[in-house]
Design a binder for this molecule. Structure first.
Ligand code: IMP
Length: 424
């Protein structure tokens, strides 16, 4: 039992990168299991700050093997760019493994992500436009190309020919765009394949063997529980399964290996893109969080929508993921607010909902029921243990744990490694 799963409990951007970084010392493998370069995490290498989208953050540690698992969609152009960037910083990327089963993001996926969003107009999802949805759609339609196809030109060209016929017809006839040239795509992708070939392996088999050898594996989720395709705020979701169950499918492991499931929870809530967000604060408090929390998307630079901590969502995440503990991030951002609000339920047409309502319209239209708690004015960024926290901040954490019925184990009060404390 040496597998730890790390998931986001909100709509992504909970600070999973920092949590992974802290756990790195205890891990031998760090695995991305879903999503693609729609995700983003910031890593600091020497005096340079780097934004990675696909390469797992564990890459900075010499003792860690990083894995892009079966459930990920890979844009090989982006992956190679990231590897090159890391190379120029002296980071060794030779221990990066890529699953032979992972699907490829193709140029027509990028194009389709852009034109379909435009087509949806006001109904648009606010995707990251990285081709994620169209790539997963092709996977399910069974016309996707996989990483293993990069190493067999004949098969690659055959599959590309089948897929692109339909894509070009859609692009030109439905969306009035120019068709894409399959020859150009094949040439580019064969070049990418030649470079990636040494990294392409059966990652599920590697991980299985590693576990038999007593190694420790971290399955690192991208996005968050409420962006899960099956369980999130559909259709305003991503196209994969960030929840803990998805971690096993996406890494190719069975459930009996799992020891811990850590839910990363921001002390307030943010969301990028469209969709319901019951505790969103359009007033000065939301602005405060946006400003003090530097809430801009890592991938698209968009301003994140901000709002109060929502216990209904956290309870839902605890249930769906089977959380064993919480890692609370960005508690320091709330310093200076006179009162802090905690949403304990929603109210709609006279009914009170303490769990996620059965119909999404209620999530759109329901009013949050808040508990107001005393705020704190102290700067928390220097706190190094739970006893350094003001009583009001400790109370806030206790209430989070109580409402979710999951213990808070770690709390982050700033971006650096040292700005983390054990909560008990
Ligand atoms: P897609 O994943 O690019 O298809 O975008 C679908 C939805 O998921 C949009 O609302 C995006 O803003 C959101 N999303 C995708 N990746 C992330 C992420 O890493 N953090 C936060 N939101 C994300």
């Amino acid at each position: 039992m040496s597998v730890t799963i790390l998931v986001g409990t909100q709509w992504g951007d909970e600070g999973k990168g920092k949590a992974t970084d802290l756990l790195a010392d205890q891990m031998d493998f760090v695995v991305r299991y879903q999503g693609g370069n729609n995700a983003g995490h910031t890593v600091v290498a020497g005096d340079r700050t780097l934004k990675l989208h696909l390469v797992p953050s564990g890459i900075l540690y010499d003792h860690i093997t990083t894995v892009i698992g079966d459930g990920v969609v890979v844009d090989p152009r982006v992956l190679l760019e990231e590897m090159d960037e890391l190379g120029t910083l002296g980071v060794d990327t030779s221990r990066l493994l890529i699953s032979t089963n992972a699907h490829l993001i193709m140029p027509y996926h990028l194009e389709l992500d852009r034109v379909t969003e435009r087509y949806l107009g006001r109904q648009q999802l606010g995707t990251t436009k990285r081709g994620i949805g169209p790539a997963y759609a092709d996977k399910v339609s069974r016309i996707g190309l996989r990483v293993q196809d990069l190493t067999d030109e004949k098969i690659f060209r055959q599959k590309l020919e089948t897929a692109i016929k339909e894509k070009n017809a859609i692009l030109s006839k439905v969306y009035n765009r120019l068709p894409l040239d399959p020859e150009e795509i094949a040439t580019d992708y064969m070049r990418f394949g030649a470079r990636l070939a040494p990294h392409i392996v059966d990652t599920s088999a590697v991980l299985h063997q590693a576990l038999r050898d007593g190694k420790r594996v971290l399955l690192e989720g991208a996005q968050g529980t409420l962006l899960d395709l099956d369980h999130g705020t559909y259709p305003f979701v991503t196209s994969s399964n960030p929840v803990a169950g998805g971690a096993l499918v996406g890494a190719g492991l069975g459930p009996k290996e799992v020891e811990r499931v850590i839910g990363v929870t921001k002390a307030y809530v943010t969301r990028v893109g469209s969709g319901p967000f019951p505790t969103e604060d359009h007033g000065k408090d939301g602005e405060w969080m946006q400003e003090h929390g530097h809430e801009f998307g890592t991938t698209t630079g968009r301003r994140r929508r901000c709002g109060w901590f929502d216990a209904v969502l956290l309870r839902f995440a605890a249930r769906l993921n089977g959380l064993t503990e919480l890692f609370v991030t960005k508690l320091d951002v709330l310093s200076g607010l006179e009162t802090v609000k905690v949403c304990v339920a929603y109210r709609y047409e006279g009914e009170r909902y303490e769990d996620l309502p059965p119909h999404q319209s209620i999530l759109h239209k329901g009013e949050p029921v808040y508990e107001e708690m005393e705020g704190w004015s102290e700067d928390l960024t220097q706190a190094r243990s739970a006893t350094d926290l003001p009583a009001a901040a400790r109370k806030y954490l206790d209430r989070m744990a109580e409402l979710a019925d999951v213990p808070v184990r770690m709390v982050s009060v700033g971006p650096s490694r040292e700005q983390t404390l054990e909560a008990g």
